[in-house]
Unconditional design. Sequence first.
Lengths: 241, 222
Amino acid sequence: MQQFANPARFLKIANVTLPYIWAITAILFAIGLYGALVITPPDYQQGETVRIMYVHVPAAWLGLFVYCLMGFFSAVAFVYRHPLADAAAKTAAPLGAVFCFLALVTGSFWGKPMWGTWWAWGDARLTSMFILLLFYLGYMAVWSSIDEPTRAAAIARIVALVGVLNVFVVKFSVNWWNSLHQGPSVIKMGGPAIDKSMLWALLTMAVAYTMLFLALHLVSMRSEIAARKLRQARLVEIGNR
Amino acid sequence: MFQQALALTTRDVALARRQGGGLGAAFGFILSVMVLIPLAIGPDQILLSKLAPGLMWLALLLSVLLTADRMFQQDFEDGSLDVMAMAKLPLEIVTLAKVLAHWFTVSLPLAIITPPLGLLMSIDVGQLPILLVSMVIGSLALSLLAAVGGAVTAGLRRGGLLVSLLVLPLYIPVLIFGVAASSANLSPSSSTPALTVLCAITLMSLVISPWACAAALKAYLR
């Protein structure tokens, strides 16, 4: 990790690899979407609606994964006090929030024909995804409401770490709460037994989403570093005046 | 070390008692929520008594939240927090002492006052003791978690909205298990599991909160 921590070296690596990452993302999305929308068979119960799954499940995975990643970067920043790790955590948050939101919206679209309602509080996963979105929003609000970058970074680290610790407690509580209030209208999703003819498309989409996140994350980290340089240059200019 | 922490707690308790405002306003807030709820959902007694535990927990939670952004702000603004940070006492213990003072002066009184108000919502009298126990246990967790929000926004002019955005998601486990414990079917044994988990959450907040508060305050004091 340490060797990527130099911003200049990071930028060099990011600039070289980004075109390839974009290309891989595009190819994977082409394959995955074609597989998901055309090749894979409709579900015997859910019919064509099952195709929502291919965009919904990867988004939900990424929503969770990015949050853990954010926690990891914050922990690294907390221990090594490295600004690049702060930048990584900061730029990951909006992306994760969008994936989270995407998972909620597509889940809602899936719920309307399947459950007969746009939103079912009886489903623990929907509820905890919603709460995860709140954690993202809180983290982003910290960055935007503290002006001074180093102070904002120090506070945001703590918020992220407390959030990561708590997200598991929340997840557990929501599951427990859900077992009390299990609504009768809720049909369980297909379960873990997913057919091979569908699995390959789902996994391709998951990898495509991950690559998309990687590309977007690198781009926004690059612009974050540029924004920091710009800020420093401005400060120097003001100082020289 | 214990004596110093105790001195801090008594100082904060004395300050809160002389200044007033905190507890009285929070109690007034709970009272007005209790009036607004029946006006909002109608005077149906059966419906009200069914919703009562959850709504009372919500009222308690929100009123504690209202006091959160002032927890460290005043001491930060007048510089006493700098003095406390420079003392030998670890900042974690300082924050713990301040949180305990907040618990004594705000959360605990509110947790004791709130259950009898349930009678306004035609709650069953037999349900009151367990509601009281769960609220007293949960109120410590509420104070501890509110302190995290208060510390994170200590140096901000308008931290109120940010505090609610940060703290409310943290309150979710307390709310879930608090309500579950207090709305269990009247027999004490049926509320034991939820009550145990509520204790666990409180203890966990007791470990995490002082550390997080101290780390956040250090960022502001630097």
